[in-house]
Each structure stands twice: as C-alpha cells, then as structure tokens.
Design a protein around this ligand. Structure first.
Ligand SMILES: Cc1ncc(COP(=O)(O)O)c(C=O)c1O
Length: 385
C-alpha cells in the first residue's frame, strides 16, 4: 500500500492479501520445514526451498514491518534480544571497537561483555546525551554506534540526528533499538540510522503472548548481510508467533495512543506526589529531554519511570506488593499494566548517578481505566505512609 496514506489506515491493510488465501481477510498461520519443489532444476535455484527462509505468514509480517518502518528489508528473529545479537554478529568482528549508549537494554550489554568480548570486540559505553561530542570517542577501528532512545529504564532521549551526522562523516554504521517508539512515533531509517531493531514482543505483539524481534534496513547490502547471518545462525521463527504479531499490528496504534494519553496523565499526577523525587518521562514539559523528544517523536507510548525519595528496599517492596492492578513483571507494551523496581538492573551502568542504588521504579501502562490505575498507585503509597 502507498505510503501517502496515514499509518492507521495502512496498518488495516498491510500484511494481508485475501486473494492469496481463499478470500479470507487474514493470512493463515502457515507452518513448515520442507518445501516441495516443482523440478530438479529448482533444487539449487533462488526459489524458497526450506522453512528457515520463512513461510508466507512470515513474508506478510516482514512486508507489513517494511511498511511501518519505511524499510526495504526486514528479518525476523525469535526474540528482541536475538534481533540485537544477530545485528551485532552480522556487522562486528574481532578487533573492532563499538560505541554503545550507557542506557542500553541490560541483556545487550551482557552479550557485549560476554560473547563479543570473547571474540575480541571492545565495547565502550557513552553518555546517552552525548550528541555530536560522540566524535571524540571515535577510533580508527570504530565500526558501529549502537543507540537506544529513550533507554527503556532511565529514558534519556538521544540526539540521534547529531550522532548520525558524525557516524556518516566517519563511515560508521548506526543501529538503534527503537522498541520504545515501535517505529510508530519515530522513524529511525528516515533520519539516516542504518539499522532499526524492534522487540516485537512489546507493542506489536501487544498481548503478552508473543516473543519476536525484527531488524529493518533500507540498504540492500546491509539486508544481504543480515539475511546471510540469520541463515548461518539458523534462527527460524514459529509461524504462530508471526501470525500473532500480524494480528497485534492491526490494533497497535489504537493501543499505543491510548497508553500514551493515560501514561502522560498518570506521570503528571505522580509529579505532584510528595514521595516522588522525579518523574522520568520525555514527553513531560518538565523533562530535560522534552525539546529533543518534541523535535523527533510524534508520541510516547506507555513506558516511564519514577525516582522515589529515600526509601528502604523493604518499603519499596511493600509498596509494590500492595498494588492490585500493576503486576510485577519484566516486560512492557502489553494490554496489562506492569511495574518493576529497576535498582538491581542499574548496577552495570557507567554513570555513578545510577549505580548509587537509586530507587527507580518503572511502570508500563496497559489498557485499564486511568482512575483505577491512579487509585492503585495511591494504594501503594498508602502502604508505606
Ligand atoms: C528495550 C528492549 N529491547 C529489547 C528487548 C528484548 O526483547 P525480547 O524480550 O523479545 O527478547 C527488551 C525486552 O524487555 C527491551 O525492553
């Protein structure tokens, strides 16, 4: 479908072709390992010949994701984390230096300090708000700059155009974990980022029952390399997961816009609570990142954090245990509201601000009624008064 239509319209039509499947609106969940070929000549041709290359269900999903991200090629991976690791394995080799935002998703950092370090790759962590000063960190062997904006716990917004500008000048690849915006509120590939990664597990799946990731690019050479690495790693995706994700895409914008509206309302309410030292939400005018967020993003979704005034671990646990609606769970972007205490996850940050055991609580706003959610937050505060 043409890109001249609004995304909400395109999402209703992307990723399906009723003529291809008996007129039914949606494509079937086509499972499969073996593909029966028509002739001996086809055996070693460029025709699809094995299930790891994906079935029509996967193709519908990658087409839809290309449409959302304005990409020319997308690969699917069995999780968001495997989309990240596949990207790193595709473009980095021993002896390379890579620059990674200090606000990166924890398991990405773990992969760098375990697997990539073992391969002789040096990962250096930079301040997410570094902007054009990233140029000072570039070395002759710097191959990739990895971004995540905002970080999924501490939510710093990066000046992506400034970083891309430096990267392009030095011929360095840029990759972004864009899960927070889902490719809906920000289009990394359209501002010159080379590689856009999604944990489709979050907003695209939307119902907390899918594990899936994707990597999207505009450039053909990058797509070719990604496909080769994906093939070499043998990481197929179950058709059921792709099908559930296609289903989730249809309502993604509605869900995200609603979660965005309610999250901003709740975040503003939290700013007025005595016990809250800081609300970290880039779309609040009080945020230090507000201007850059407003310049680059069209919305915010349902994820934000707060820092509480001095509270013991026992008090924090008491507050979290008092919630009836906010469930304790490590994901986000689903229809149900979630909460976690992030402090233990901040231990590996380079910036001492975060390692000094900050009482950082992250909320993912679901689809419950906003007044009920605020009452639940009040219940948590009352438990520790
Ligand atoms: C920012 C971010 N990127 C990537 C991932 C990984 O996604 P998955 O759980 O599908 O591996 C997550 C999961 O929490 C995440 O928060």
């Amino acid at each position: 479908m043409n890109n001249d239509k609004k995304l909400a319209t395109r999402l209703s039509h992307l990723g399906r072709n009723p003529k291809q499947h008996e007129g039914f609106v949606n494509p079937p969940s086509q499972r499969g390992s073996t593909v029966i070929l028509d002739s001996a000549e086809d055996l070693y041709s460029d025709k699809k010949s094995y299930g790891l290359e994906g079935t029509s269900t996967h193709d519908f999903l990658t087409d839809a994701l290309n449409g959302i991200m304005d990409a020319n090629g997308t690969i699917l991976c069995p999780s968001g984390l495997s989309a990240i690791t596949t990207t790193l394995l595709a473009f980095i080799k021993g002896g390379d230096h890579i620059l990674i935002t200090d606000s990166i998703y924890g398991p990405t950092r773990r992969f760098c300090s375990s697997v990539l370090k073992g391969f002789g790759v040096e990962a250096e962590y930079y301040d997410p708000r570094i902007g054009a000063d990233i140029e000072k960190l570039i070395r002759p062997n710097t191959k990739l700059i990895f971004l995540e904006s905002p970080g999924s716990l501490t939510l710093e917004i990066q000046d992506i155009p400034a970083i891309v500008n430096v990267a392009q000048k030095h011929n360095i690849l840029t990759a972004i974990d864009d899960t927070w915006s889902a490719g809906v509120y920000f289009k990394p590939l359209n501002v010159g980022v080379d590689i856009s990664i999604q944990a489709l597990t979050k907003y695209q799946g939307g119902h907390s029952d899918v594990l899936l990731g994707s990597v999207s690019v505009k450039r053909d050479d990058l797509f070719k390399k990604l496909k080769e690495t994906h093939r070499d790693l043998g990481i197929g995706v179950a058709a059921e997961e792709a099908w559930l994700c296609l289903r989730g895409l249809k309502t993604m914008i509605l869900r995200m816009n609603h979660q965005d509206k309610v999250a901003r309302k709740i975040a503003s309410w939290l700013e007025k609570q005595d016990i809250v030292a800081e609300v970290i939400h880039p779309a609040l005018p009080t945020s230090p990142d507000y201007e850059i967020w407003k310049r680059d993003f069209t919305g915010a979704g349902g994820l934000f954090s707060i820092i509480l005034k001095d509270l013991s671990d026992a008090q924090i646990n008491k507050m979290l245990n008092a919630y009836e609606l906010f469930s304790l769970g490590f994901s986000w972007g689903g229809y149900e509201s979630l909460v976690i205490n992030c402090a233990p996850q901040l231990a590996t940050r380079k910036d001492p601000k975060w390692t000094n055991k900050t009482a950082l609580i992250r909320y993912s706003i679901g689809l419950e009624d906003e007044d009920d959610l605020i009452a639940d937050l009040e219940r948590g505060f009352a438990a520790i008064k």
